[in-house]
Design a protein around this ligand. Structure first.
Ligand code: FES
Ligand code: FES
Length: 164
């Protein structure tokens, strides 16, 4: 982590969806604030701001992380993937979430999709228990949980068909 003079901002380079963003950040700013409020990656949502809901999840170096619990200065130099890139690349999850009605609101859903994408990257054929385990940090107040399992398994099947 860069050294800070008291209260001073520091320049960091955030690698987001394959592009480098050089930006001055305050030592107190978390990654979610910088992504959403300053760089326009508005799919990275804030609900709890304390690491308890998963709505701000991004993929960092292949692992899902809650961006409200990471200081922006700590994220410098790491590969960060947001839901915008998942949509831009038309990952099957985008369609299967719609097909299976796995969402009701725009707050929790991006975090679920990002977590699901990280799961499928490391496990292309997850069973129900693996999906439940991966999603345990993502909270939906509406009870859409069964639909997430169907949507993720449908996306896994589409990826396998694509690769065949
Ligand atoms: S807003 Fe980050 S975990 Fe809830
Ligand atoms: S669909 Fe977002 S909280 Fe339930």
């Amino acid at each position: 982590m860069p050294d800070f003079e008291e209260g001073g901002a520091r320049e960091v380079t955030l690698k987001i969806n394959g592009d480098d963003f050089r930006i001055l950040v305050e030592p107190r700013e978390n990654l979610r604030e910088v992504l959403h409020d300053r760089l326009g990656f508005t799919g990275t949502k804030e609900m709890c701001d304390r690491g308890a809901c998963g709505s701000c999840t991004v993929i960092m170096d292949g692992r899902p992380v809650v961006s409200c619990m990471m200081l922006a200065v700590e994220a410098g130099g790491h590969d960060i993937e947001t839901v915008e890139d998942i949509e831009r690349k038309q990952h099957p999850l985008i369609e299967t979430y719609a097909d299976h009605n796995a969402m009701q609101c725009g707050y929790c859903t991006p975090g679920f999709v990002v977590t699901a994408k990280a799961l499928l990257d490391r496990n292309p054929d997850p069973d129900e228990e693996a999906i439940k385990s991966a999603l345990e940090g993502n909270i939906c107040r509406c009870g859409t949980y069964p639909a997430h399992i169907w949507a993720i398994q449908a996306a896994a099947n589409r990826l396998k068909t694509r690769e065949a």
